[in-house]
Design a protein around this ligand. Structure first.
Ligand code: ZN
Length: 157
């Protein structure tokens, strides 16, 4: 399983958790332009099982073991939508793992074709519009999100 930490801002608590619980992760900077998140995801899509953790998510010791053990195609840890409050995101791409099979079943072309908005150059999906087309493309392929618990932290400074 390849593990990536996609970041553009400095979130100290999430960073420390990554170093502790996923020291093997590749840190991928996505802050140069709005399309870079997609560009970097696209580059890594279609290979091994791929876990992507976004910069403001605080993982815990169960995240990598559960992702590695689960054979569902598209897995996501729940987290509080607005920090650590009670409104939960259970099908978000903030802390996800796509199996290799899932990436073959749903290609980057499939996802891009579900995007309503692309960057001005037409090449990428802007980072703030990425989640919906990913969910839509998986849904079209008959693949739902498998939610994992306990929830991970969100926006902890
Ligand atoms: Zn799962």
């Amino acid at each position: 399983m390849k593990v990536c930490y996609f970041w553009s801002a400095d979130w100290a608590i999430p960073r420390a958790a990554m170093k502790q619980h996923a020291p093997e992760a590749e840190w991928v900077y996505t802050g140069d332009h709005d399309g870079q998140y997609w560009q970097e995801l696209e580059k890594r899509w279609g290979g091994d099982d791929l876990a992507v953790i976004e910069h403001d998510i605080t993982i815990h010791d169960q995240v990598m073991p559960q992702f590695a053990a689960c054979r569902e195609p598209f897995c996501s840890f729940a987290f509080g939508m607005f920090g650590n409050g009670s409104v939960l995101a259970t099908d978000s791409i903030g802390c996800v793992r796509y199996t290799a099979d899932a990436q073959r079943a749903v290609t980057v072309t499939d996802i891009k074709s579900c995007a309503r908005t692309l960057t001005d150059d037409g090449l990428h999906i802007a980072w703030h519009y990425i989640e919906a087309p990913i969910l839509d493309a998986f849904s079209a392929a008959g693949i739902g999100v498998h939610t994992h618990w306990p929830q991970v932290g969100h926006r902890e400074k």
